[in-house]
Structures are given as structure tokens and as C-alpha cells.
Design a protein around this ligand. Structure first.
Ligand code: ADP
Length: 274
């Protein structure tokens, strides 16, 4: 499903002295089936942006279209159930989303809530476990007896169990060590490839953006600063640095050579998929 933002604005604490325009004049298209990374410094509007994709936040101006579902500013009645079924959101620290007595109930909560019979929901949960790196005997455990890593995997299985067409990931690998982060990113990338999902990843890690994304959106002070393919990280390195983003090591290295020798272009081949 294409996601189209047209001139979206969102404000917090409206009408108070603390009113804050978090995103403004925000127009962007995320093509169906793409893997899009959203990068930007803290406070640039990333969370505000992605929470509009499943209607958690509503636009103050403009409109948000996700496939055939459209949310326009000023609309009072919007049926969000169908939209929420289509858009899965994995927050930072998804393990905080767990609440049921057993892992099975937690994973099955979404699909059952959206009308899937219990036996089918359980079958789906069982199919998902190996994908998120868990074994079947975990189903009867309480989520709260598990390790942090296992809890996170259960929470992610719960989101995938709804079989969303759009998967929105807000720093899903936050606080994991590099190996754990790689495993987590690979899980989402494989899922994206297998299911043809439209994936939107918010990340601080430019390496992940360069490695997995086919579209990169850079936010700065609540606006879209630039949009492009992976090559944007190399071509726009100086500007990205200027707006406070940490460049991946190879790009930093090439940047330093460029500056040292006053070169316009650095001949390079950087295979980001490798
Ligand atoms: P990011 O995810 O890039 O860190 P956010 O979307 O969280 O950015 O924030 C964008 C701006 O909106 C920031 O200035 C932030 O302080 C402000 N903001 C975010 N959430 C709230 C809130 N609940 N109340 C008031 N201001 C907020």
C-alpha cells in the first residue's frame, strides 16, 4: 500500500504557551513494497511522523493516505480499525507492550481481536515462533518470566501475527548489542522480502539505513530535508553531518579524504548489501 502524506502538520499542547509544531508542510510518498528508512536528529519529528501512519496521531492540517484509507485534518469520525489491522507498529522497547498471562495469549491477542478464530490464531503463532527465533515450548510461559530479548521477540511476533501490509518500526533494535541488532534487522528484512510488506524503519543507525533501505527520508526540524536512495548517505554526507547525524564509518573515512585533498568526488565502490 502506498503511503502518501500531503502537507501534514502536527502540533502538541495546542493553545498552551508550550504549543509546539512537531511536523509541518510534510509531504512524502512511501511506495508500496519499499523498505524506507527515516533518519533525523532527536526531536526532528520521526515519531510524530510514523504515528500518523496508523492513526495514533491525527493531522492538524493536510492528509495522510495509506492505501485506500485516508485521514484528513478536521475529520471527526474515522474508522481506524481496518487501518490498524493493516499497519503494524513496533515501538521502541516493544516488550513494554506485553500484558497477557501467557506468550500464546499475547501473540494471539491481535489476530483474535481482528476476528481470526482462536485455533487459526494459535497456528499462526506457532508458525511465527521460528521466524522470531523462539521455540514452541515458550507459548505456555508467562511473558514476564522471559529474558528481555525473548520478551522483545514475543512482542514482535504479536505484531506480525496480524499480518500487516505495512510494518512501522521505531528503533526496534534500541539498546541491543551489535550482534543482537544485526539479528533483529535481519529478521525484519527477511520478513519484508518474504511478505512484500511496506516497511518503514526509524533508526539512528545510518549503517542499517544504508544496508537495508531502498528509500531514505531525512527529517530536520519537523520537515523533510531530503529523500533519496541509499546513495544519498554518500552524496549528501556533508549536509547530513551538518544537521547532526552520525555517518557510517566508511563514509566518514571518504569524507575525511575528500576534505584533506580538496576533492570534489571520491572514486569509490561501496556495496552496501555486502
Ligand atoms: P523524534 O522522534 O525525531 O525524536 P518527535 O516526533 O518525538 O521527534 O518530536 C518532535 C518535536 O515534538 C520535538 O520538539 C518534541 O519535543 C516535540 N514533542 C514530541 N512529543 C511531544 C509531546 N507529547 N508533547 C509535547 N511536545 C512533544
Amino acid at each position: 500500500m502506498d503511503i502518501v502524506f500531503s502537507k501534514v502538520e502536527h502540533r502538541y499542547m495546542e493553545g498552551t504557551p508550550f504549543e509546539k509544531v512537531a511536523i509541518k508542510d510534510f509531504s512524502i510518498t512511501i511506495p508500496s513494497g519499499s523498505f524506507t528508512a527515516v533518519i533525523g536528529h532527536t526531536g526532528s519529528g520521526k515519531s510524530t511522523f510514523i504515528q500518523h501512519i496508523n492513526g495514533l496521531l491525527r493531522p492538524f492540517a493536510g492528509s495522510v493516505k495509506v492505501g485506500k484509507y485516508e485521514i484528513k485534518a478536521g475529520e471527526k469520525k474515522v474508522d481506524l480499525k481496518e487501518l490498524r489491522k493493516r499497519v503494524g507498529l513496533v515501538f521502541q522497547y516493544p516488550e513494554h507492550q506485553l500484558f497477557e498471562e501467557t506468550v500464546e495469549k499475547d501473540i494471539c491477542f491481535g489476530p483474535i481481536n481482528f476476528g481470526l478464530p482462536k485455533d487459526k490464531a494459535i497456528r499462526r503463532a506457532k508458525e511465527l515462533l521460528p521466524l522470531v527465533g523462539l521455540k514452541e515450548d515458550i507459548l505456555s510461559a508467562s511473558p514476564f518470566q522471559l529474558s528481555g530479548g525473548q520478551m522483545r521477540r514475543v512482542a514482535i511476533a504479536g505484531v506480525l501475527a496480524v499480518q500487516p501490509s505495512v510494518l512501522v518500526l521505531d528503533e526496534p533494535a534500541a539498546s541491543l548489542d551489535p550482534e543482537g541488532r544485526d539479528q533483529m534487522m535481519k529478521l525484519f528484512y527477511d520478513y519484508h522480502q518474504t511478505n512484500d510488506t511496506t516497511t518503514v524503519l526509524v533508526t539512528h543507525h545510518m549503517e542499517d539505513a544504508a544496508k537495508y533501505a531502498d528509500q531514505i527520508i531525512v527529517l530536520h526540524n519537523g520537515s523533510v530535508e531530503m529523500v533519496g536512495g541509499r546513495e544519498l548517505i554518500f552524496e549528501q554526507a556533508a549536509r547530513l553531518n551538518e544537521i547532526g547525524l552520525d555517518l557510517p564509518k566508511p563514509v566518514r573515512f571518504l569524507q575525511s579524504i575528500k576534505e584533506k585533498f580538496g576533492l570534489e568526488e571520491v572514486p569509490m565502490h561501496f556495496d552496501t548489501k555486502g
